[in-house]
Ligand binder design. Sequence first.
Ligand code: C5P
Length: 215
Amino acid sequence: TVPVITIDGPSASGKGTVAAQVAARLAFHYLDSGSLYRLLALHARRSGIAWDDEPALAEAAAGLPVEFSDGAVWLEGNDASQDIRAEEIGIGASKVGALPTVRAALLQRQRDFRESPGLVTDGRDMGSVVFPDAMLKIFLTASAEERASRRHKQLIGKGESANLAQIMQDIIDRDARDAARPVAPLRQEPDAFLLDTTELTIDQAVDKVLVWFEE
Ligand code: C5P
């Protein structure tokens, strides 16, 4: 079977960056599962579907016209890579992601990314629900202060205005919602390795994952 490495964890923990670099080092495929929830939230916003309209969202999720290519995500043929990163869309993603039929509609789509020679994927339930038979599961986290500060730097770097206290509050609220939902709640699986990156650089975190992979 095709090997899978799952990296789950809270928002702004750096799991996406680490997962993408691990994939590059191993020449494996990479799936940022959060982007699917973000794309759905964005698509809903654009088509006038409310973020709590479960039947309409589940239907949209099943037929979501997305494509990952050339390092970008495409929604209905338009590059949505920037738009899905808005804080507002992250909040929408966590709202639509709380709906069980939406998650069910996205399940097979995610599993289809498992292709030779291997897959590295990050999200909230990659190790628990989507790829329970993954060969290596990581729970990647960092303190809320550190995560807020990283996100803040990222936004400032992009030339956007950002309020650290507000970012911190959004992160705490989103984590609470992700952890409290009845389906696929955010939590460390018993068979997942804990990787706390509060005091680690990206390179150190990537190396740690590769060491576990090779063991
Ligand atoms: O990881 P990212 O911040 O892009 O995810 C956005 C939101 O999508 C998360 O807050 C979470 O609620 C939801 N999500 C999820 N399951 C995943 C990935 C993301 O519920 N596997």
